[in-house]
Design a protein around this ligand. Sequence first.
Ligand code: PMT
Length: 403
Amino acid sequence: MGCLQNKQILVGVSGGIAAYKTPELVRRLRDRGAEVRVIMTSAAESFITSLSLQAVSGHPVHVAEMSADSESGMGHIDLARWADLILIAPTTANTMARLANGFGDELLTTVCLATSAPIALAPAMNQQMWSNAATQANLEKVKSIGMEVFGPGIGDQACGETGPGRMLEPDDLVACCEQLLTSLRQDGPLRGKHCLITAGPTVEHLDPVRAITNFSSGRMGYAIAAAANAAGADVTLVSGPVAIEAPANVTRISVKSAEEMRTAVLSKVADSDIFIGVAAVADYRPKSQATKKFKKNDDSMTVELVKNPDILSEVSAHKDRPFVVGFAAETDDLEKNALAKLKKKKLDMIAANKVGGSDSGFGDNPNALIVLTANGGRHELPMSDKNQLAQSLIALIGNNLPA
Ligand code: PMT
């Protein structure tokens, strides 16, 4: 799988003739497995319809100005947080000037101010405009504030002139995006590290058709696996049964019960630099499992449960111990209980996760964490999309790794 698989790319379109190539670009990005959302500036609407871009991206297009309507859907902060990469294609001289000077006068420029994602520009303009001293000064400025610039190409232009200023072709822009994300990964805070992560629920059978399990969807653990990979780590994901695909370039080991999860984890722990226990492991399993389906004979039934192994504690006590991060899913006394688990299980870090309310941490819901460290650190990661939250947690882990 390529590095664009499952990446969330926000394509910005500003008002130039090259906008006719943007639908093809969106299609090529989606062909590589990326999820694409589009923002158009008001000037772009003179060159291409939002309907075309909606058709190729599969999502409503965000247009020009901020409005109560747009903010009640996916607002500018949500879009800024959602993006793994923002690519503005085409970028006109005017849009580059506004980005260079920090304007937040339209939705696109505001999202660029509010994001921590990398921003890449694909300039497209008349060759004279490109060579203009003001444009060249803006070019230097956007580069100096960390934006990437793809192109422009040199050749025949729509205005009949020849020279620099042609937007790169969609395939070339896709290759530039891949190159950028690969190089960010190579420079990431977890480069060269091996990261072992558990995710999802465990399933403890009572009989062949019934089991004790929980509501973990795997989303939090899978987002952390993707973020660790994007930060440069080799990732092994030991996962209970879930309905989601493994992130690109992550090795998944599928298990069912806590015993199976323990065996898989212990077989990998000695080769790992970091362990993150996100799985909702069943604390107890039925003492025995019936080989045939129970019959409904009596009015009541008693099941004897026995304790499951505590995988996190075993990893923490391992002789080749990695940096150990636990999760604490709590319905009450969040921080107090998490701190107790941090100490009892001798962890390096714990992510306290409030669960059980209407904004429970399970499934597609946004999530929030309070991260506590063994040396007394405390960090609040506010309510956000699980991908964004996972990136913040991975950055925190990167900052806390021993030298
Ligand atoms: O999967 P999602 O729908 O996205 O939901 C995410 C989540 C809510 C499941 C996740 O964010 C989370 O909080 N995971 C921890 C769930 C949990 O089992 O918490 P706990 O407090 O019971 O366990 C504490 C820690 O010990 C956890 O790291 C757990 O993986 C680990 N554990 C627990 C029991 C056990 N037998 N072995 C373990 O390793």
